[in-house]
Design a protein around this ligand. Structure first.
Ligand SMILES: [Mn+2]
Length: 250
């Protein structure tokens, strides 16, 4: 039995299929996606449909990415909150995703986790990062359709955190200064070794930190799509992007 954790797909369906082929999955494997299946890349609809199909054959857990969070918020606002919908900055085709995905596939996205712990390996899976002095016990497996942000507002930053300030507080993208650490540089491992995506590291292998591993190696930006394979030790399989589908935004 292997625990296999796959980095940010961002609609890179060709590379995902290539990676899944190379993994030679068996029915005892557990598959995890670290979030951001959608947006930026060539085929978000195809990526969700393909991962949903996989989930019918093999145990598959989704971690909620900031892009899924935004899409699900869009769906919610469309139904229940016209004012909030108007205020959303939507730069991608959520309408098409809404139209093309089945109810089952949307429900599957909603079953994503903010945090998921694989206790036998001491791993904590999350999309973005962990601020300092976190008050929630992140080993509780917080799930999007179960644990609302109203009840647990601290979860909101889990999909987004990159840099933190000297007090461990969240810093918005673009607001960071040179002396502010990337969260994983200072994370002490108190919730386990954190496996995360969100921040692209344009290199062939996942980026190692003292108590964290960044597995988004920027496939959509012309980098690699990585799978971290945890059995008795860590192994990686990486697939080189077929092309550069999007430019890194600063
Ligand atoms: Mn992300």
């Amino acid at each position: 039995m292997r625990n296999i954790i796959i980095g940010d797909v961002h609609g890179c369906i060709l590379e995902l299929k290539e990676l899944i082929n190379k993994l030679e999955l068996t029915s005892t494997d557990h598959l995890f996606f670290i979030g951001d299946l959608i947006n930026k890349g060539p085929d978000s609809i195809g990526a969700v449909k393909y991962v949903y199909e996989l989930s019918q054959k093999i145990k598959t857990i989704l971690i909620l990415g900031n892009h899924e969070e935004k899409f699900l918020r869009y769906l919610h606002n469309k139904k229940h909150n016209a004012k909030a919908l108007k205020q959303m900055k939507i730069d991608i085709n959520f309408e098409e995703l809404d139209r093309e995905l089945s109810n089952e596939e949307i429900t599957f996205l909603k079953s994503s986790y903010y945090t998921y712990t694989i206790s036998e390996c001491n791993l904590l899976l999350l999309h973005g990062g962990i601020i300092g002095n976190y008050k929630l016990n992140l080993n509780n497996n917080y799930q999007y359709d179960v644990h609302s942000l109203k009840e647990f507002p601290e979860l909101d930053l889990i999909t987004k955190t990159r840099y933190i300030d000297a007090y461990g507080k969240f810093v918005s993208l673009g607001q960071e200064t040179e002396e502010m650490p990337f969260w994983a540089d200072v994370y002490n491992g108190n919730f386990g070794t954190a496996i995360f995506g969100h921040q692209p590291f344009l290199q062939e292998h996942p980026k190692m930190f003292p108590h964290a591993i960044g597995i988004d190696t920027g496939c959509v930006f012309g980098g690699y799509l990585n799978a971290l394979i945890v059995k008795d030790n860590y192994n990686f399989i990486s697939i080189l992007a077929h092309k550069t589908y999007a430019q890194v935004k600063n």
